[in-house]
Write a protein that binds this ligand. Sequence first.
Ligand SMILES: *Cc1c(COP(=O)(O)O)cnc(C)c1O
Length: 338
Amino acid sequence: MNLTRFPRVGLTLSATPLEYLSNLTQHLGGPNLYIKRDDHTGLALGGNKTRKLEFLIGDALVKGATHIVTQGATQSNHVRQTIAAANKFGLKSTVLLEERVGDGHDDYYANGNVLLDQILGATIETRPGGVDMNKELEAVGERLRAAGEVPYLIPGGGSNPIGALGYVVSALELIVQANEQRLAIDHVVHATGSTGTQAGFLVGIEGSSGHIPVIGVSVRAPREKQEENVRRLARQTWELLGLRGEFPDAAVVVNSDYVGGGYGVPTEGMIEAVRLLARFEGILLDPVYTGKAFAGLVDLIRKGHFRKGENVVFLHTGGSAGLFAYRSILAPRPAFAR
Ligand SMILES: *Cc1c(COP(=O)(O)O)cnc(C)c1O
C-alpha cells in the first residue's frame, strides 16, 4: 500500500511499542494481553490524533494554510494535539470547545487538556453543548478568510479520509511488529469515537489482507449508528487510497455496551479499568475513551468472549491528560489536606 503520494509531516517519533501485559494476563486468567502504545506518539503527551495530524497538517501546508481551526469537547485530546502540531509548523490555531459534558467541578473546565491548550497558546473559544459544531467551524473559517488568513478546517477528531490515513499507517506498523515478534494476533480492541481510528485501522488491515478481527468499543453512539459511521469513512478512505475491489463492510464491528450515561460520563467499569492497568502494569489510561474501552475488554474477558491462549491487542489511543480533569471522580479524597 503506497502512502507516499499523500503530503505528510513527521510528528510521531518512531514506531510505537507493542508490549506484553504479563501481570494483567495472569490476573485476569484469560487470553494473552498485549498493548500497542499509541499513547506514546510523542507530541505534547501524544495520542491517536498525532498520527492523523501528520497527514492533515501535511495537506494544510500544501494548501498554503496560515491558520488551523478545529473543534472538540471541553477535554478534547484532539484539540490539544492539533494545537501542538500547528505550533510545530508555525501555523496559528483557533479551537472551539463544546461544553459537552460537565459535572460542575472546576478541574473539568480548567485542568487536563484545557490547561495544556492554554499553555500551547491557541485562541480558545467556547460554545454551548448541542450546537452544530461543524457549522461553527465553517463560520470561524469565514471570519478568518475575511481577515486575510488562509484557514484550514479540521473536523472533530480529525476524522476524514485524510486523517484516517494515519491509522492505515498504524495498522501496517502493527502487522510488521507482529511478524517480527512472531505474534499471531487474534483480536484487536480499541475505543471508537469520531471513527477515524477504526476506519483507518480496518482499511490498513483489510487492504493488506491482514483479516484480524477488530472490536471498536463505542464511547458515545449506539452500535448500529457507530458501525454505519465507521463504514462510511472506511469506504471513503479505501477509495482515496485507490485500493482494488471494495472495502469489506462486514469487518466493521462495534460494541456500545460500555458507554454508560453518555460521552465523558464516568462509569464504575471505567474507574476499575483505569486502576487495574495502573496497578498491574504502571500504564495510564484515560477517563473518556481508553478507560471505557478497556472496561469493555475486561468485561468481555470475564464473560469468556476470548479463548485462553488467544492473543488480544489493546490499541492504547492516549488521553491520560484527561485524568487530571476527573480528579473528583478518581481521587475524591485528596491524599493531602492542608
Ligand atoms: C479521539 C480519541 C479516541 C477515538 O478515536 P476516533 O478516531 O475519534 O474514533 C480514542 N482514544 C482517545 C484517547 C482519543 O482522544
